[in-house]
Design a protein around this ligand. Structure first.
Ligand code: ZN
Length: 316
């Protein structure tokens, strides 16, 4: 975990991407402190807060959740005295996870990964790098819609809703005078993106918005810091995968067969390239034009298919 000053008073809290759940966060030491996202478990979020204390001894006045995924929100309870800002749809998803006690379920799973079939087992082994004990899912207490503008000691900070793209409630945090964007999981760099709820068009629109601001530094949700050229590359990945998926959809192949036929070329080096299946499967949902963008999905089945794709590649 590394805290890096990327502009005056603006810090990225970076974790090396080691697979599912290894995200980045950030801290703006203005306006009483603005934290952007938490980490997946309490231990890692506590470490993050300790790093922030080296910059500012008082707890952050505000926390922004860029979206609902647990790696970005399951440390919320350590910000209980802060204003926790998120999009309304992000809060709805956290509420669903709270009802299912998802952290408790994950904690049970990681005790015994051996009982799961291969694809699922790989996912659970990935989760076992974290400790989900003690997590009480904590909902945001300030919900926003399309946009919310903050002024931090005279500096503008814009929270902009760009979903449904990676998930239903995606927000980016833009600091125009610092030329910094905290992109949440709208931007993955050197690791393969996963789309949950949302649409291809909205994700492209979100990336175009990021590019239009011409930021100097972009804090990706996963992977290293990047800039506009890397976002252009991510955009090209999505366009490539979408058009290839369309071609194979028209040929009548199922999403797994289509994924096996796609030659990822330069994107093979991104971590977990088998997440391609997620993106093809989501494209297929759009091509069928029957299910809504927030249609329920079976994540475990999707991870199993990713594993099948990985086994297929390994066997070539
Ligand atoms: Zn994430």
């Amino acid at each position: 975990m590394e805290l890096k000053e990327i502009a005056k008073d603006v810090y990225a809290c970076l974790q090396e991407d080691r697979g599912i759940g290894w995200n980045n966060a950030g801290f703006v030491n203005l306006g009483g402190g603005l934290a952007i996202d938490t980490f997946y478990d309490l231990n890692r979020t506590k470490q993050m807060i300790e790093l922030y204390k080296t910059i500012s001894p008082t707890p952050a006045r505000r926390l922004v959740n860029t979206h609902h995924n647990g790696d970005h929100t399951w440390g919320n309870q350590l910000f209980q005295d802060s204003e926790i800002i998120a999009h309304r749809l992000c809060a709805e998803e956290i509420e669903k996870e709270k009802k299912r006690n998802l952290p408790g379920l994950f904690q049970k799973w990681i005790q015994n990964p051996e009982v799961f079939p291969p694809g699922m087992k790989q996912f659970v082994v990935g989760l076992s790098q974290f400790d989900f004990s003690g997590i009480e899912l904590t909902l945001p207490n300030h919900l926003i819609e399309d946009r919310f503008d903050l002024e931090l000691d005279g500096y503008p900070c814009q929270l902009i809703y760009v979903g449904p793209a990676h998930t239903s409630g995606d927000i980016i945090v833009y600091l125009p005078e610092h030329k910094v964007i905290f992109a949440g999981d709208i931007v993955f760099w050197k690791c393969t993106p996963i789309g949950w709820e949302g649409t291809h068009d909205k994700w492209i629109e979100a990336l175009d918005l990021v590019l239009s601001f011409e930021p100097e530094v972009i804090v990706s949700g996963h992977g290293p810091l990047c800039g506009v050229n890397e976002v252009k590359e991510l955009r090209a990945y999505f366009e490539f995968v979408y058009s290839e998926a369309k071609r194979f959809f028209n040929e009548g192949l199922d999403p797994l067969e289509a994924s096996k036929k796609i030659n990822l070329g330069p994107y093979t080096d991104w971590t977990e390239p088998e997440r391609l299946f997620f993106n093809v499967n989501r494209a297929y949902r759009e091509f069928r034009n029957v299910e809504p963008w927030d249609a329920p999905f079976n994540a475990l089945d999707l991870f199993s298919k990713c594993n099948e794709l990985r086994i297929h590649w390994d066997g070539i």
